[in-house]
Design a protein around this ligand. Structure first.
Ligand code: ATP
Length: 311
């Protein structure tokens, strides 16, 4: 890790997630929904660079891939990376520790790909290193779960079964790499609004315990993209479509080939297409770009590891 004079900085790379299965149960007493989900980390990364300071201040700067500011991402205490650094500092009981966080975002904001949670996971790992906190991975996991349902998974990456509200993760091995094309929209969707619409559509008849996504787990085990294509399921899709009916155009944009399946990621609106191989991904991406249904079209593969120190 580089030193600039006496200043120490650490760079961490964190992937986005998609949900291969998102089975949603009824709302719990604490307002969260009981989930049975399969997380899958893909090779689209936010980069968080933490530089230690000694003034007790935690601040953040957020830029896009071109290095331009992102005014719609908060830079106050509501930024999830700032919250993560503050929670870690409390845990270390070192109130004088300060940090400057620089976030370079590739993960779409409010896109259903857990970009904010990725930044929280990255900030935890980077600050633990730059502050020489020496918390173990288990201790970081425990802090991660207090920051958000997706944060523990983004520390680990790979594939995982998520229970509870998603924070209780069990790693799942898969036999192969899967190829994806992502249809990205400039305008995001609010996760709480999509869950509220889910409740409205369920009319109080939500199931208490969502069923386990056995088909997705079997498809990961076999590594067969055709089996995964028929197993993909997102219970939030009807709610996202109800709030944003034009998402249907994106889902239908791929046609029958080479896409094996299309599914909305998490609470949307990003739509992901499973394809058989890297060549099909290029072909489909070209076709979707020509149709101009999405604001951006990207190619990704997974699974990949979670948050890692890269510099
Ligand atoms: P999820 O899939 O976990 O529900 P998401 O991917 O749909 O989340 P995020 O990109 O995490 O959505 O952002 C949701 C909101 O969180 C944003 O609208 C923004 O106001 C806020 N936010 C706080 N910190 C960050 C951050 N570091 N990056 C992006 N958004 C952040």
């Amino acid at each position: 890790m580089p030193y600039v004079g006496a200043v120490r900085s650490v760079k961490v790379r964190v992937p986005a997630k998609i949900n291969l299965a998102l089975h949603v149960g009824a709302a719990r007493a604490d307002g969260y929904h009981q989930l049975s989900t399969v997380f899958h980390a893909i090779d689209m990364y936010d980069e968080i660079t933490a530089t230690a300071t000694h003034d007790g201040a935690i601040n953040v700067e957020v830029v896009d891939v071109q290095g331009q500011p992102m005014p719609h991402v908060p830079v106050d205490r509501t930024n999830l990376a700032v919250r993560a650094a503050a929670v870690l500092r409390d845990r270390l009981d070192e109130p004088d520790l300060g940090v400057h966080l620089h976030i370079r975002k590739t993960i779409p904001v409010a896109g259903g790909m857990a970009g904010g949670s990725a930044d929280a996971a990255g900030a935890l790992l980077a600050c633990n290193d730059v502050w020489r906190g020496a918390l173990s991975r288990d201790e970081l996991d425990a802090l991660a779960a207090t920051l958000g349902s997706d944060v523990p998974f983004l520390l680990h990456g790979g594939n995982a079964l998520g229970a509870g509200r998603g924070e209780l993760i069990t790693p799942v091995l898969s036999r192969s790499t899967f190829h994806w094309v992502l249809g990205v929209y400039a305008e995001g969707m609010s996760t709480p609004a999509v869950y509220a619409e889910f409740d409205r559509l369920a009319g109080g008849r939500g199931v208490n315990t969502p069923d386990e996504p056995r088909d997705v787990l079997a498809a990961l085990g076999s590594g067969d993209p055709d089996a995964l294509a028929v197993a993909l399921r997102n219970d939030l899709a009807p709610a996202a479509l109800s709030l944003r009916p034009e998402l249907l155009r994106g889902i239908e944009a791929a046609g029958p080939a080479p896409a094996l399946a299309a599914v909305i990621s998490g609470s949307g609106p990003t739509t992901v297409f499973l394809v058989p191989d890297a060549e099909s991904a290029e072909l489909l991406a070209l076709d979707l770009r020509t149709q101009a249904v999405f604001d951006d079209v990207l190619i990704a593969r997974g699974p990949v590891p979670g948050a890692r120190v890269v510099g």
